[in-house]
Design a protein around this ligand. Sequence first.
Ligand SMILES: [Fe+2]
Ligand SMILES: [Fe+2]
Length: 222
Amino acid sequence: MPLPLPPTPVPVSQPVDTSPIETTPPNGSDLDPIWRSVVTETRTRGNDIHLPVSLAYAERLCAAYPQADALLVRVAILLHDTGWARVDEEKILSEGFAGDWRKAAIRYEHEKQGCLIAQEVLPPLGYDDAFVMEVCAIIDGHDTRHEAYSLEDALMRDADRLWRFEPMGIALASGWFKMNPAVYTDRLRAEIIPELLTEAGILMGEAALDRSCALLKTAVLR
Ligand SMILES: [Fe+2]
Ligand SMILES: [Fe+2]
């Protein structure tokens, strides 16, 4: 059951793991049946990198906020961008990552398609209707809605952003936005860190971004 969202950034009282994300891959195999159901949908827009890395971040965030419904956050992050596989591929980069990209029609469409995919794949795997509705409530609007509805929604949103601070996220997404790594990481620091909704997310994001900027020598290669 989702919890009401406290004032943001949500304070953290547990230890926060800010070590490189590859040191803790996604936990366990309980979600493997869902992964198997969406293999095709992972082959679009780098989802086969974005979704597992974001799931690992979601699990770290849930460890920092043990009061949250971790299963809800984990399933929502796993499925949130699968809808990109069912929209017009041509428009993903031309509309979804250019101009006022957050308001592009294709963004709303990938959210809607993601909900339909959740409704297709989760019930046959034994997830009940109430759970599927909660997952869809998070997926619907995850890019286009301004506010988060619940703590779980906020954790999924932070996990969705945190993968971008990793070298592999910078490598993929800087190309989508047609920016070099220095310009892109400047933008992450100026625009995306302030959007994070949880204190744990901010600590993780800053640590990863500092590491990535040092590794990629963005202070020099600009
Ligand atoms: Fe998305
Ligand atoms: Fe995403």
